[in-house]
Design a protein around this ligand. Sequence first.
Ligand SMILES: C[S@@+](CC[C@H](N)C(=O)[O-])C[C@H]1O[C@@H](n2cnc3c(N)ncnc32)[C@H](O)[C@@H]1O
Length: 246
Amino acid sequence: MGEREHLDETRAYYDEFAPRYEARRDGHDPGGYHDMLDDLEVGFVERFGKGLDVLEVGCGTGLLLRRIQAFARSAKGVDLSPGMLERARARGLSVVEGSATSLPFPDASFDVSCSFKVLAHVREIRTALSEMARVVRPSGYVLAEFYNPVSFRGLAKRLGPRGAISDRTDESAVYTRFDLPWRVRSLVPRGTRLVASRGVRIVTPFAGALRVPLVGAALRRAEHLVCDSPLRYLGGFWIAALQKDG
Ligand SMILES: C[S@@+](CC[C@H](N)C(=O)[O-])C[C@H]1O[C@@H](n2cnc3c(N)ncnc32)[C@H](O)[C@@H]1O
């Protein structure tokens, strides 16, 4: 499959997913699995992007971007899927259509570019990371999240059933890659270096565990306690912070 077909396939998948994307998000499962992921991701962005210009690559419906907007000087989003963007626009967010592999922004436009639950669907991962580095200013940051095979989530995705995204399609319809954290070093674009990382969903064995009284609260607390510890390399999601040379 060529690059254009790959992007068309991903776009079609997310256009189809868009009406259901927030079924368990945005207050539909308060304090649940997705809220926990979002809290840990947004918290990491705040560490690097407070009061600065932030781009979210693959912003989807804008669930993270609207929270980033609350602490950034400016917050912009870009996404491949018009269906997902429709909801971000309805939230009044500043978003444009485009691909991570060819970002529609001039060089050095932002202080931070970040991406969550997106790069796992990008075949040309080196190009996407180079683009994210290109659009940040010298000494700025790229926050790039990968799916980690060495994790409870990685195991569940390998062995468990595929989640449905509509009445007729499941997760197998989209390209998904898993990258070992220690292999990500080989993907770091020239002119940037890995300066920090965070693990997300390290100790939660399965998403439903967060709904069990007391156990859920304990797991949520534990995730926040260990996200930046040496256990971070076992997160189902692993976020690399890359700093661009000054
Ligand atoms: C799982 S959603 C995540 C959305 C948002 N980041 C969040 O955390 O809620 C993945 C998003 O990545 C977008 N996406 C996938 N491949 C992309 C690409 N090559 N360029 C831009 N966006 C892409 C999809 O359209 C979709 O909106």
